[in-house]
Design a protein around this ligand. Structure first.
Ligand SMILES: Cc1cc2nc3c(=O)[nH]c(=O)nc-3n(C[C@H](O)[C@H](O)[C@H](O)COP(=O)(O)OP(=O)(O)OC[C@H]3O[C@@H](n4cnc5c(N)ncnc54)[C@H](O)[C@@H]3O)c2cc1C
Length: 340
């Protein structure tokens, strides 16, 4: 434990004490000791804007997480890709395994903030803030979160991102949990409506730098299914701007145009990301046809619960989410048809 005091031995009033834990257990102990007077700091990019904007008070104790070893790497395992919570957005937006197996996250990380911010900002801070633009991507990839949590037995546990979002929504997230990493399962997602058995072979394709779809599998009838995955963000400017709305979608499409294992999510701004289950139900097992895209936009707009602020009214965000989804699906399929 290595506290950095701002001046000699005693901190002047209003100057926070900065702690440098060597491991996550020590970070938990510091939080337990200082409670609501302490915050975890990863890249500090979001916290700084909150402090500078007067949205949050500068805390008496800052607990650095970037002094903890072993939370920066992105590991490509057989069944999943694991991203350490201290991996920067830049790292995530450049990693080949994420491009292939968690393409919506890869794309999200390339569209959050500006390059200078992405050098510092971590994926853990984006997720743990509960309002980061990466969250819809986590939801469509069925990602799970790896926690060390002082309020949980056992201390270390893995939790589906969708379940954690629900805890946040109902105000029951643990305030004594450090996010250690995020796991993205590879291959087809588990669904109640599988047209194939779990023994189906998954084939990897060479990574295509431009295309959204990144892998195929062949079902027991020999039909080839291709992954379709996209992320879209709407901001107040073209680039380097906080989002008004973000959407992500992932599914598999057969050569005959049937969609399956559909995941749809929306979020953005300071709203909470959510899965759009009615959209998923509408698309599951359906043959793609551009004529029903306006219906998809309508269902998504109805289902997405958003909020109003001085920048945009809730109905605008809802309608935008629907339009982004319909347009994203249309563009992705057009790109596939054109071999991009
Ligand atoms: C100019 C600018 C533009 C931005 N644009 C965007 C944007 O387009 N989209 C977007 O989503 N964000 C944007 N941000 C916000 C921010 O940069 C990102 O959300 C970033 O990923 C946050 O990561 P961080 O490491 O800096 O988090 P921090 O600021 O260090 O922390 C954020 C929150 O998460 C908590 N936290 C951090 N790490 C952990 C952990 N491992 N376990 C538990 N809690 C943790 C902190 O206590 C804090 O509450 C922008 C910021 C700036 C300054």
């Amino acid at each position: 434990m290595n506290p950095h005091l701002s001046n000699n031995d005693m901190p002047p009033i209003d100057q926070p004490v900065v702690w440098e834990p060597a491991d996550a257990e020590e970070a938990l102990a510091l939080k337990r000791e200082h409670g609501a007077n302490a915050v975890w700091v990863a890249g500090g990019t979001l916290l700084r804007t909150q402090w500078e904007g007067g949205i949050a008070a500068i805390p008496a104790h800052m607990i650095r997480l970037d002094t903890i070893e072993g939370m920066r790497s992105i590991i490509d395992e057989t069944d999943y890709v694991q991203v350490g919570s201290l991996a920067t957005l830049k790292q995530c937006g450049q990693h080949a395994a994420l491009q292939q197996y968690a393409n919506a996250l890869y794309m999200a990380c390339r569209h959050i903030a500006a390059p200078a911010v992405r050098n510092l900002a971590t994926i853990g801070g984006n997720v743990a803030s509960a309002v980061g633009d990466a969250l819809p991507a986590l939801l469509v990839h069925d990602a799970s979160l790896l926690w060390i949590d002082g309020e949980h037995t056992p201390l270390h546990h893995e939790q589906a991102a969708v379940d954690w979002m629900e805890q946040v929504r109902i105000g029951r997230r643990s305030l004594h949990a450090v996010l250690l990493g995020i796991r993205f399962p590879k291959g087809p997602v588990i669904s109640g409506h599988l047209p194939v058995q779990s023994s189906v072979a998954v084939e990897s394709t060479p990574v295509d730098l431009s295309a959204n779809a990144v892998s195929f599998w062949i079902d027991e009838h020999g039909e080839r299914w291709r992954e379709l995955c996209f992320f879209r963000k709407l901001g107040r400017r073209e680039a380097f701007t906080p989002s008004l709305v973000t959407v992500a979608m992932r599914c598999w499409i057969s050569e005959s145009g049937e969609l399956t294992r559909v995941r749809v999510a929306a979020g953005g701004g300071s709203g909470l990301a959510m899965r759009l289950l009615q959209c998923e139900l509408m698309l599951e097992g359906r043959m793609y046809d551009a004529t029903w895209l306006p219906e998809l936009a309508r269902v998504a707009a109805q289902e997405f619960s958003s909020y109003s602020d001085p920048f945009a009214e809730a109905p605008y965000r809802q309608q935008s989410a629907g339009n982004l989804l319909a347009a994203g699906l249309w563009e992705s399929i057009r790109d596939m048809e054109e071999g991009r």
